[in-house]
Design a protein around this ligand. Sequence first.
Ligand SMILES: Cc1cc2nc3c(=O)[nH]c(=O)nc-3n(C[C@H](O)[C@H](O)[C@H](O)COP(=O)(O)OP(=O)(O)OC[C@H]3O[C@@H](n4cnc5c(N)ncnc54)[C@H](O)[C@@H]3O)c2cc1C
Length: 448
Amino acid sequence: MLKPDKLSLNIPATTKPRVVIIGGGFGGINLARKLSDKNFQVVMFDRQNYHGFWPLLYQVATAGLEPDSIAEPLRKMFGGDEYEDFYFRLVKVTNINPIARTVETVVGDLAFDFLVIATGTKINYFGNEQIKKYGFPLKQIPHALNLRSQLLQCFEQASMTTDPEAQQSLLNFVIVGGGPTGVETAGALAEMRKHILPSDYPGVDFTKMNIYLVEGMDRVLPPMSPEASQKTYKYLNEMGIIIKLSTLVEGYDGETAILKGGEQIKTNTLIWAAGVSGAVIGGLPEECVERGRYLVNEFNQVVGYDNIFAIGDVAMMKTPEFPKGHPGVAQPAIQQGKLLAKNLKRIIKKEPLEPFKYYDKGSLAIIGRNRAVADLPNNMHLGGFFAWVIWLFVHIMYLIGFRNKLVVLSNWVYKFFTYENSTRLIIRPYVRKGDRVSQSFINKYGGD
Ligand SMILES: Cc1cc2nc3c(=O)[nH]c(=O)nc-3n(C[C@H](O)[C@H](O)[C@H](O)COP(=O)(O)OP(=O)(O)OC[C@H]3O[C@@H](n4cnc5c(N)ncnc54)[C@H](O)[C@@H]3O)c2cc1C
């Protein structure tokens, strides 16, 4: 491979206004799809070459889906004739220079007329370096593959040890964070414990496998309604998950998780699903950023700039309804991306801009087979089978790519009848002492 100094961005000069989009996530792709070649040159930067469908990431981590089926290559999405003046570059943007109107990358700088920051979030360990070092995050595909291998290696080792303490530690799983990712991972693990592991590992007594779900707030699924939280609590309990509410994890040294109040749990696997903060890039003044997100006005313009925008998770648009910004879910990013495309066209036509108004389509979480919860518009709350069907339908609908829809659907149908999690392969993207996620892994795959 060539070193960065042998590369350049290689973007042709243009007479059209150049829109630079940092990030091909939900916000970035919905913006780029609606920008027309006639009016703009569009350049998208992403540090990964695919758009990830993160709501199904936990299924990759628990061997339910292969990673390729929850991601779509960005070059494939924007490869057709429709996108002749679109350029994708696989590179991380390291700095923004608002005065020179350029973005900086390791292979060179690029001037922009309009800049859209759609970088999403990074993992927030709340300053706990120990958990950062030893915990297993679940934010990107390499994390999910690493966690999948870890889980399966724990089961393999549990079948080969005669030391009861060591075996218990291998069979204890601590999931930190009772939001959708934590709940869905816990549910998927409980289903594996019931339907798959006893036949895969006949020598291991899986009644000893403990799944702990630790949440700092006083209910699971804090972003959803109290009704959804109550139902989820009940389902998790029925599935044998040990729930610890109003509890913080204070430390983890790779062997013992220490909970606030002193309780200790011996475990080889602590899954960190407890927090994210905006993936802010350096270069803009400090007053543009509040609590890790760019402050934007109702047109998604970063405060103080009329040609720099932020959309999605990294944007904080304060409104009377959302005084701390919109929720960090896919819909605000999708809707802001689509509206910004319209507004950029309005800017070049010198027309007035349309302010953003969030349409809340509801929230969903799945706990297991026939068990899901749904908060729908008009204060409707569903649980159980109907919510489960809605969850399946919505996720297939929003998944990008026909092939992905087909693969995921066929996997789910197959699983429904056979109870199989079919991708139970141990393939670690890297191996290091102790087989743990390492700083080099984080640096390489961007596990921040
Ligand atoms: C595990 C998980 C489960 C989730 N489950 C749900 C769910 O069930 N429902 C729901 O609505 N939402 C869910 N979310 C949240 C949802 O995925 C986000 O709200 C949504 O992705 C936000 O879109 P975005 O465009 O702002 O950012 P993202 O989709 O995260 O995209 C950001 C992109 O920017 C790129 N990037 C970041 N920094 C740089 C840089 N410096 N240079 C170049 N590229 C960069 C990243 O590689 C990424 O491709 C989940 C998130 C996670 C992590």
